[in-house]
Write a protein that binds this ligand. Structure first.
Ligand code: ACO
Length: 430
């Protein structure tokens, strides 16, 4: 055995096992060879929430949580947010490299000309209740696209995979905007393919009777940056959902619908909505100390703080703080910003948060920006989902080509009863 191995002594049997260490991991299957007797189950790893389990090899996104580093395909998030566009970042995530001018133009052209959806998708969406949550509508309508493109099941064909990826990145803003218009009782606006990706999205959201809706370029840029910041985050809960469902070899629309479902939850994409509710409840700076005390007593969480991976500042939160300034220059300052800034200051100096390495995450400030755009809180997660779509698809693409991947099927530790004798109802109730 080389030094890149782990020697495990099973004290139940006294036997020693050498387990290879590759890339800083051991294979869980190697532990399965450790068993106290031939007819006994092998050793397994108990890891609820996968806090220390790698589920795949990936070359999409690198995170160093301790140092607060986030890179897509090796490029630091700060540089991409400053100098790139969302569609270029989407290309980078999907293809693994930055595009040439020709590749970029072709990519933008493809995405732009797939923004329309089948008219029946519109009819389908119009069937939702007047007060349907836009995220529920988005999840259902992305899933429904699989019925419009049955060829998407052919996931072994690279050209076919590319087609579905283009369609999904292109159509997500259309579905997202229509779910917003639906809740407002306003007519759905068709895509305007003269506009860029993000400007077109804003047009589908806010256009009324004017012949063309062109948003302030500063707002377009800020939203584009927000999409870039959300584009991927390695094996987070929704990406894990996409990969897990995708591992059954289902079509990518169904896999991404699962990702949208996971993102809907308040501990994941729903946190920025919760942050705003929390800030509104706090109401003024004077109430912050009592609120913080409640958090420390365990009454509730400080939403928008803490992260499974970042134990330093979330690098995305820094960029969002800057985007706040740009947006508020156009829209005027959100009064909740003052409470948020004071809350952050107090929490960052408080022993409870320092000890647990709890810092603001991407959701702490994003809700304030979205509100300045006049998005209702229910829309925040939809915006996250549009930004995350290229990441989900890049991860899905990687999964489909990874020979080591299998259908995702964890083990359990069974804690229930065994070998009970069934007594028919007539006898039990007699
Ligand atoms: N407020 C107060 N205490 C917290 C918070 C918080 N936001 N987050 C974690 N803690 C505490 C926990 O109570 C725990 O304390 P303990 O050791 O005394 O029991 C300790 O910090 C460790 O927390 P865990 O829950 O074990 O951390 P985990 O990695 O499982 O959770 C999570 C990460 C879910 C993000 C958590 O920090 C949280 O719930 N934050 C608030 C919700 C939020 O902002 N989510 C957005 C995440 S970013 C994103 O999805 C884009």
């Amino acid at each position: 055995m080389t030094s890149e191995s782990l020697t495990v002594r099973d004290n139940r049997t006294g036997q020693e096992y050498d387990v290879p260490i590759v890339d800083g991991t051991i294979k869980a299957a190697d532990l399965g060879k450790i068993r106290p007797g031939e007819d006994q189950p092998g050793l397994a790893v108990y890891d609820p929430g996968f806090v220390n389990t790698a589920s795949c090899r990936s070359s999409v996104t690198f995170i160093d949580g301790e140092k607060g580093i986030l890179e897509y395909r090796g490029y630091p998030i700060e540089q991409l947010a400053e100098n790139s566009t969302f569609l270029e970042v989407a290309y980078l995530l999907i293809h693994g490299d930055l595009p040439t001018k020709e590749q970029y133009d072709a990519w933008v052209h493809e995405i732009t000309y797939h923004t329309f959806v089948h008219e029946n998708v519109k009819t389908f969406m119009q069937g939702f209740r007047y007060d349907a949550h836009p995220m529920g509508m988005l999840m259902a309508s992305v899933g429904a696209l699989s019925t419009f493109y049955p060829d998407a099941r052919n996931i072994g064909d690279p050209e076919n995979r590319h087609m579905q990826i283009v369609r999904m990145i292109a159509k997500m803003p259309t579905l997202g905007a229509w779910s917003f218009r639906h809740a407002q009782g306003k007519p759905y606006v068709y895509p305007d393919n003269d506009l860029g990706y993000t400007a077109n999205f804003l047009s589908m959201l806010f256009k009324m009777s004017e012949s063309k809706h062109e948003a302030d370029p500063r707002l377009v840029k800020a939203l584009d940056v927000l999409f870039i910041l959300h584009a991927d985050h390695e094996q987070n809960a929704s990406t894990n959902a996409v990969r897990s469902v995708g591992s059954t070899q289902v079509d990518p629309y169904s896999a991404v619908a699962a990702g949208v479902g996971a993102l809907y939850g308040p501990l994941h994409g729903g946190a920025n909505e919760a942050v705003l509710r929390m800030l509104r409840r706090i109401g003024s700076k004077e109430n912050i100390p009592a609120f913080i005390q409640g958090v420390k007593n365990g009454d509730e969480k400080l939403m928008g703080f803490g992260h499974r991976v970042y134990k330093n500042y979330d690098p995305r939160a820094k960029i969002i703080k800057k985007a706040c300034d740009d947006v508020f220059e156009v829209t005027g300052v959100n009064p909740l910003l003052e409470i948020a800034q004071e809350l952050e200051k107090i929490a960052l100096e408080d022993e409870y948060f320092v000890q647990r390495k709890l810092y603001p995450n991407v959701d702490f400030y994003s809700g304030l920006i979205y509100e300045a755009f006049q998005f209702p809180p229910e829309m925040f997660t939809v915006l996250f989902a549009i930004g995350r779509t290229p990441g989900w698809l890049a991860q899905w693409l990687e999964l489909t080509q990874d020979k080591e991947q299998k259908i995702a099927r964890p083990k359990q530790i069974y804690t229930g009863a065994r070998t009970l004798d069934f007594v028919p109802a007539a006898e039990r109730w007699a």
